[in-house]
Design a protein around this ligand. Sequence first.
Ligand code: HT7
Ligand code: ZN
Length: 874
Amino acid sequence: ASLIRLEDYRPTDYLIDTVALTFRLHPTDTRIVSRLSVRPNPAGQTGAPLVLDGDDLTLVSISLDDAPLAQDAYTVSPSRLVITAPPQRPFTLTLETAVNPTANTKLMGLYRSSGVYCTQCEADGFRRITYFLDRPDVLSVYTARIEADADTPLLLGNGNLVEAGARADGGHFAVWHDPFPKPGYLFAIVGGDLDKVEDVFITASGREVKVAVYVEKGKSERARYALDALQRSMRWDEDVFGREYDLDVFNIVAVSDFNMGAMENKGLNIFNDKYVLASEDTATDGDYANIEAIIAHEYFHNWTGNRITCRDWFQLCLKEGLTVFRDQEFSSDARSRAVKRIADVRVLRASQFPEDAGPLAHPVRPRAYKEINNFYTATVYEKGAELIRVLKTLIGAQSFRRGMDLYFDRHDGTAATIEEFIACFAEASGQDLAAFSRWYEQAGTPRVTARGIYDAGNRTYTLTLTQETPPTPGQPDKHPMVIPVALGLVGADGREIALKTADGAPHDGIVVLDTAEKTITFSQVDSSPTPSLLREFSAPVILDIDLSDDDLLRLFAYDTDPFNQWQSAQTVATRIIRRAVDDIRAGRTPQTPDNLVHALAEFLDARATRDPAFAAQVLALPGESDIAREIGSDIDPDAIHVARKTIRAGLGRALADKLAALYNDLAVTARYRPDAAQAGQRALRNAVLDLLTAGDPTRGGALAQAQFDSADNMTDRIVALATLTHVAGLACENALAAFAARYADNPLVLDKWFSLQAMIAEPETLDRVKALLDHPAFSLSNPNRTRALVGSFAMANPTQFARPDGAGFAFVADIIIRLDPANPQLASRLATAFRTWKTLEPGRRAHAEAALERIAAATPLSPDVSDIVGRMLD
Ligand code: HT7
Ligand code: ZN
């Protein structure tokens, strides 16, 4: 595939104002008639040929202004239709194409999922339906007429339903019209026989909107939570961003074969059913939270993505980073803000930091790509959301809201750029944001080093901050970034010290580090303070601060910022586990130090039950990949695994009595609710069980068995089962069998079962995973199944994926090669599991390289996998 560059952007030579589509749905031979009203683009090149994109298409007929087009007037292939000399005036182009939805295993374009016809057009799937100017800056008004047999009673499209009726052949039809101009990637239709839950939402201005969630027959009760989340999202966007919904209907359809989480098609969101279906018996508290977040995310795209879309795919973060920020804020308002922030930062560090530090690093707004599907990354989404947060911190909440209003006003109905977005905030705040824009251009995670000196004589505290961003592919030299460092000073007595500048004026607690080095002096500081830096994780950076364990544990106890309370305990735990890794690699036995034991003991006694969800985050010590990231090179995943296990065992033993008492006290007796309060209580109780089991597997195993047997909800049941898989033995196998029997008819729940087994950190796991490929409920052609089994093994089982004999890498490489011809997007995402391979110790690194070379040499190889593997090997 060739390289597409941002600097090569130019407008199209033609525009398409309206698109009228007729679909005659058929399982293997669907016909699509597309009538396009085309006109030359004043901003384009006069007289240019009209070049339409296609992908795997068969052209049945073509006419211009209703007269068949002569054969020498165009050239056509499955991937392109060129009208050599189109009229230089408005004209109508009518095309008929034929596609086979049943054979469409790529799940892009029109496909069938368990008998349901559905579409996926982002990023470049519309061209798999008809020839088109398939790029986000071509905005058209769409009308879709869908015709189907009686066995497909439900026919949905974008916009509003304008007509429906019977056909003479016994079939029926529906016509949907979407008055809002949109790019082809937001087009969608659905045809099927589905059940629904529905309601009416009254908008702020009093308009009625019919809202509905469609799911497979018999599953509608499990869609109620999603419907409720949708209505809460609609209200929140009115309240917080002043954004009202704009059509008469909003439909969500859940399908079981889907490459990603969900898709924001205008008025017709299509979802992976994993992010719709939930009941207390089948979904965990985490599943409920994800459903709420993703329903909100797709809904929020109606304004940030649909009403204002992207000029080109380089601007992807314009809609994705901003919409992730919006969904994070929604969840923070619906749940605990501090716990949400901690959870989001954990995700950022686990998914984006490694990307930014490895061969796949790219700017939030990339400058070039070969395959756009490979740029739906943690950098574009999660770091993109962090940049919106940084912007808000820099200009303040009021200017931020004014900037958003200006953006909506100015760019509604257009395809915009990051520059246009930032200009709105520069105007609204009166600030020059040129230096801030660098965040969108420069890849890599800045490292901020902080050093403080207390001067008792002058009662001053002087803090020096420096920054450095490491080189990334194609960007050897870096400029300083604009980094807001939110901070406070905590006195020796644990109290917050009022911040005063050197001349005695109050300081707002935000130091903007916008040069390589900056020094700030605070005055009237009566005793040597402990700095609490990067509060609420005010910028996506790595902070290096020379605080002692005792200083950090003081912050853990006294900091007024809950994020930094949590961070301080994590930093101490990370240091301890890192020392344990060194011990293990040197043949010494690691010890669990008393300082962390005492701090946690005090925390459990005095504070844990005050905010159980927060306490659960504290008890969940840094994961193995967190430790690996901190170590950074020459990584031995087995040493990290043993080190972490040993430290947790020490903590579990030392705190056993307190943990056992808490476990009893925290039992939830009320009827199950997925809300934050109850979920928090379960989260803490289950974190307690986990630590207790680490210290005493026999005692923990017995508690887990009892919990497994008596659980009345999926959260408690799956945690008990996971705990049993850590303890191993017959009890574990019996529980796994009981779980599989109970949920034999529920593929989404069996995914949890596949995933748990794939994550067992034992050498037998590879054979277990290979055997599970033949399980009757498993199928490589279903993305959820593949992600649950192979994805969990590759992404969440570091010791077994990176086995010292290379068999884990070889297995995943085999699967990627097998998957690629059928579903390149899925294969390519799986391949990113190798993204940290260069940080491994030499033996494992050689095995990883061999596996990657083998994938690279496979034929045929999709552009998706070729691009990802090529960059990783570079
Ligand atoms: N905008 C969507 C991203 C997307 C996608 C979704 C489903 C299948 C393929 C896809 N390619 C890109 C989802 C979102 O971020 O909201
Ligand atoms: Zn999105």
